[in-house]
Design a protein around this ligand. Structure first.
Ligand code: BGC
Length: 374
């Protein structure tokens, strides 16, 4: 991946680290602008590759020695495929491009246990870290965690799991040094729906006038799971398609659960299932195993979409075994998170909500995306 910096930067030319306020980005799916996101991003692109340098330079100018800064990072669960790509890029970027010292960065596994993670955060406070980057196990614990950090005078960059709006509003009104960077999951849901609409029969394989689907959901506490579930179907309905939900079940972002849920659903509903929506690629890869085991054929008698653009998923699109996915830009998010941490260290103001664009991935651009993430 290190050797691929050029490729990554080229990719960011398409996605850009669009650091905007929630208001600036939130309407994108509602007003149909989601499809235009790529264009907008391309226009703003040139700035992205300079962002890291600028943040590091600014910190130096202000006399903050990045080399000595101590950083506490906690990831909700190390075994999560997507968050593994994310944290690898986060540490790589901080050390290789921003000049942090690897030994000063502590990365902990929250083990999907909020009590465990809260302990880790307490230990970060005791050990005197200068800034934290947190992927909360439960985003609902943000108010408590923010107060702990704020009382200790430590700024926090929340990643991936977005705290409630009331919480981020409070950071502004109370002048708390906390921020969030992620991607607007409404956009990814909309893209999933659009991928189904772009098939020859718009998802209505059996021509009975409705799209019959199962929804394999991530952890429903997570806004990404809620929005992807809602907006994928909304895109179909907004385009005038009737939909029929045969099953909605939580698979907690997990491949094995995705496989089991889809296998059971195929046994129960058989040919009735025309589309399998999965809130992420890990679960979609599990669903694919079940679909193949049941003798069904993607693109012929069933469609399958995920989110993230894991390498295996994108390869499956190239091979015709996945209908589509959506690139969840962990390069942009990880680099943006690190840049925000530097801004805090530098005493700069940051926006409370910072969003990075998703990119739709279908047979048309799968090879191109694959080259960039490999
Ligand atoms: C990703 C999932 C991941 C989850 C973790 C989502 O944005 O799409 O793959 O499991 O974040 O919170």
């Amino acid at each position: 991946m290190k050797k691929n910096l050029k490729k990554v930067l080229a990719l960011l030319m398409c996605t850009t680290v669009v650091l905007t306020t929630a208001m600036g980005c939130g309407g994108s799916s509602d007003d149909g602008a989601a499809s235009d996101a790529g264009d907008t991003a391309t226009e703003e692109a040139g700035e992205a590759d300079d962002a890291g340098d600028a943040a590091a330079d600014a910190a130096e100018t202000a006399g903050v020695d990045i080399k000595d800064a101590k950083v506490g990072i906690s990831i909700y669960q190390f075994s999560d495929n997507f968050m593994t790509l994310y944290r690898t890029e986060l540490v790589r970027y901080m050390v290789d491009e921003l000049g942090f010292t690897e030994g000063n960065i502590t990365v902990q596994d929250g083990k999907n246990d909020q009590a465990e993670q809260t302990n880790q955060i307490n230990n970060f406070i005791t050990s005197g870290v200068d800034v934290m980057i947190l992927n909360l196990v439960q985003s609902s614990s943000a108010p408590q965690v923010t107060d702990m950090c704020n009382d200790a005078g430590i700024p926090v960059v929340y990643i991936n799991r977005q705290p409630d709006e009331t919480e981020s509003d409070r950071w502004v009104s109370e002048g708390i040094k906390a921020t969030y960077i992620g991607a607007d999951a409404r956009q990814s849901g909309t893209y999933q729906g659009e991928e189904i609409l772009e098939t020859e029969n718009k998802g209505d394989i059996n021509g009975d006038g409705k799209v019959s689907y199962i929804m394999v959901q991530g952890d429903p506490e997570n806004i990404d799971a809620q929005y992807r579930t809602e907006y994928s179907i909304k895109a179909l309905e907004d385009a005038g398609m009737e939909t029929e939900e045969l099953l909605l079940q939580r698979g907690d972002w997990d491949q094995v659960k995705g496989q089991q849920i889809t296998q059971d659903a195929l046994t129960q509903f058989g040919e009735q299932i025309e589309v399998v929506f999965c809130n992420n690629d890990a679960m979609a890869l599990g669903a694919l195993q079940a679909i193949q085991a049941a003798g069904r054929t993607i693109g012929e008698d069933i469609y399958l979409v995920g989110v993230d653009a894991l390498t295996d998923a994108v390869q499956n699109i190239v091979d015709g075994k996945f209908t589509g996915t959506v690139f969840n830009d962990y390069f942009g998010q990880a680099q943006g998170a690190a840049d925000l941490a530097v801004k805090f260290l530098n005493g700069e103001e940051v926006e409370p909500i910072n969003m990075v664009d998703y990119i739709k991935v279908t047979t048309e651009n799968a090879n191109e995306i694959l080259e960039k993430i490999k």
